[in-house]
Design a binder for this molecule. Structure first.
Ligand code: ATP
Length: 217
């Protein structure tokens, strides 16, 4: 679904990604964790063709959709209109009905301006908007940032359900505990390099990762 090989991305002379390789296979849910400035946003921007790599390549198959960091909703537009924008590629537009079935929490909010919603509700709209594109693989950038644990758990539940139905996910998270809990495999990005990768259970059990990202000694 996503194959990144030897990806190097530079801003002028600064190297933001240094020979990064990772993959998300069909139907997999994979985590990318790492601290601020590790290069996560640079990777997202390269995946979606906004930045050009200096070396290496990105190969994607199927339809890719993004739940961007910070949500980027249109605040004055209603929830329903924001959802519709997720299907902008369809000239005829698309029925939002199925999204309300998947995310019933949005039903009572459908006529509300997105800007009036709580952070968690907005995050759910951003997820719904991405699902409107009927993606094969979803890239989710910092879903949990600033949200209450209960809200994060609700969102995580929806992701688990979509994943169970076959959706592939690349979950980019500073919340390593959440990411390792949700995903079967993970990559750790530090200063533009993949410094660890493997099954989530193995990474969670490795002393270095646990100390740096899970707050465990
Ligand atoms: P955050 O979670 O804080 O967004 P990140 O992991 O997404 O961090 P990036 O934003 O990809 O990290 O940044 C990776 C590196 O590239 C950092 O050292 C950052 O300072 C640098 N960088 C990012 N954008 C630019 C830019 N436009 N010009 C120069 N350097 C940049």
């Amino acid at each position: 679904m996503i194959e990144v090989e030897g990806l190097t991305v530079r801003y002028g002379v600064a190297t933001a990604l240094d020979e990064v390789s990772l993959e998300v296979r069909d139907g997999e849910m994979v985590a990318l964790i790492g601290p601020n400035g590790a290069g996560k946003s640079t990777l997202v921007n390269t995946l979606f063709g906004i930045l050009r790599p200096a070396a290496g390549r990105v190969t994607t198959t199927g339809r890719l959709a993004l739940v961007p960091e910070g949500r980027h909703l249109f605040a004055p537009l209603t929830v329903d209109d924001n959802l519709r924008l997720g299907a902008w590629r369809d000239r005829k537009g698309r029925d939002t009905g199925p999204i309300y079935e998947l995310l019933p929490e949005l039903v009572p909010l459908r006529k509300r301006p997105a800007g009036r919603l709580s952070g968690g509700q907005q995050q759910m709209v951003a997820l719904g908007r991405a699902l409107m594109a009927r993606p094969d693989v979803l890239v989710i950038d910092e879903m949990s940032l600033g949200l209450a644990p209960l809200v994060v758990e609700t969102l995580a539940g929806h992701l688990r359900d979509r994943h169970a139905e076959g959706l592939a996910v690349l979950l980019i998270e500073q919340n390593a505990r959440l990411a390792l809990d949700l995903c079967s495999r993970a990559y750790v990005l530090e200063a533009g390099r993949v410094v660890a990768e493997g099954p989530s259970a193995e990474l969670a059990g490795s002393a270095g990762v646990a100390a740096a990202y899970l707050g465990l000694e």
